[in-house]
Structures are given as structure tokens and as C-alpha cells.
Write a protein that binds this ligand. Structure first.
Ligand code: VGL
Ligand code: ZN
Length: 210
């Protein structure tokens, strides 16, 4: 697959809290770091995201005295999964992994900053109304084809890729450079949603081949 001037690579939430030993560790998330670095070197345009929550965020089980992973709440905008406290603004766990090496990344977008609204997607918050400005940024620079990597496949990567497709971007997920939280049904649901929305699942070998 030939890369174009109008392509961008999105590296979603490669933060310490989502990687092994982190507060919301995604299994084997660290194994994708070298591949992401190698792929990023092929792109002129790379955008990084950070999950960036205030303390007592609506998505934290501790905020509600409930259990992470298994419990949900009914937020004004719909069902919200609950998680361990993670990616609290300014804490070490919210930092990007130090082995992520993409000095030419042009934008670091922080999301999930409102206490009462979570944001899995880098484009549209979970209320499905508030935008992060990322679509406007990409459109202003003429970037139309987006490749997604990072964590978690079944949450922030998935929601971002689906939002991108809904906003009219060509949306591709580099599947071997993602890892999933893998709650019951979340990977199947993501795969079905990708198929329905025309989000393509590709391998990094298709991009790294000489
Ligand atoms: C994520 C759960 C909660 C993610 C973020 O990055 O996929 N998952 N916050
Ligand atoms: Zn989060």
C-alpha cells in the first residue's frame, strides 16, 4: 500500500496507565511500541492522543463507589463503562510511554478532560455532541486518509476510527499495532461496527513492505 501526502497516522493513548503495570493495563500493549515507532517514521503527519481525566472523573468506578470493568452507570448521554482511576491529568501514569519515539509528531491531542463526559473517541466525546476539534484540524491540513494504532482496540482506537469514518475520512486500523482491553463482546462488537462503517483492518506489513 502506497502512502500519500494526504495520510496521517494516529497513535492513540500510548500512556503508562494503559501499558503493563499501569492502572488500566492493556495486555501486551508494550509490544506494539517498536512497530508504532517504525511505522511513524514513514508518515509525514503523525498525531498522538492522551486520555486526560480530572480527578473524580465520571468514568472512574471509585467516583461512584462501584466496581471497575464489570459495573456501568447510566450517564445523561447513555451507558458509561466504569474503569479504575487512570490517566489523571499531570500524573506519571498519564505520560506517554518513554519508549514512544516520534519526535516529528505534530499534535498531541488530550481528551476526556471534562469531569462529567468521557471521550473514547479522539473526535467526538461520549455525549456524541462535543467535538475535540481534531476533524477541523485534519481538514484544515488536507489530511483525508487516517491510519489508527495504539490502545485500546475495542475502546479508544475503535471509537476514534468509527468517528473518523462517520465524519467522512478514509479510516483504516493497523490491527497488529493495537491491543484490546477485551471485555466480554467488546472485540466482536468493534469488528462488526468496523465492517458496517467501512473501517478497514490492515496489517503494518502492508505499509512497511519495501
Ligand atoms: C480507554 C478505557 C477508558 C482507551 C480510555 O484508551 O481505550 N479505555 N479510557
Ligand atoms: Zn479514560
Amino acid at each position: 500500500m502506497q502512502l500519500r501526502q494526504t495520510d496521517a497516522l494516529l497513535v492513540i493513548d500510548m500512556q503508562l496507565d494503559f501499558l503493563p503495570n499501569g492502572a488500566l493495563a492493556v495486555a501486551r500493549g508494550d509490544l506494539i511500541l517498536p512497530g508504532i515507532n517504525a511505522l511513524a517514521a514513514r508518515f509525514d503527519h503523525v498525531i498522538l492522543t492522551q486520555d486526560w481525566h480530572p480527578r473524580n472523573h465520571i468514568s472512574f468506578a471509585s467516583t461512584h463507589g462501584l466496581h471497575p470493568f464489570t459495573d456501568t452507570i447510566q450517564a445523561p448521554y447513555g451507558t458509561q463503562h466504569l474503569w479504575p482511576d487512570h490517566c489523571i491529568q499531570g500524573t506519571p501514569g498519564a505520560e506517554l510511554h518513554p519508549d514512544l519515539s516520534i519526535p516529528h509528531a505534530e499534535l498531541i491531542l488530550r481528551k476526556g478532560c471534562q469531569r462529567n463526559v468521557d471521550s473514547y473517541s479522539a473526535f467526538t466525546e461520549n455525549d456524541r455532541t462535543t467535538t475535540t476539534g481534531l476533524a477541523a484540524y485534519l481538514q484544515a491540513r488536507g489530511l483525508t486518509r487516517l491510519f489508527f494504532t495504539g490502545v485500546a482496540y475495542d475502546f479508544c482506537v475503535g471509537f476514534s476510527a468509527l468517528a473518523a469514518a462517520a465524519l467522512g475520512f478514509e479510516s483504516l486500523v493497523v490491527e497488529d499495532l493495537t491491543r484490546a482491553v477485551d471485555l466480554p463482546h467488546t472485540v466482536d462488537a468493534t469488528n462488526s461496527a468496523f465492517a458496517a462503517a467501512g473501517v478497514q483492518r490492515i496489517s503494518s506489513s502492508q505499509l512497511l513492505a519495501p
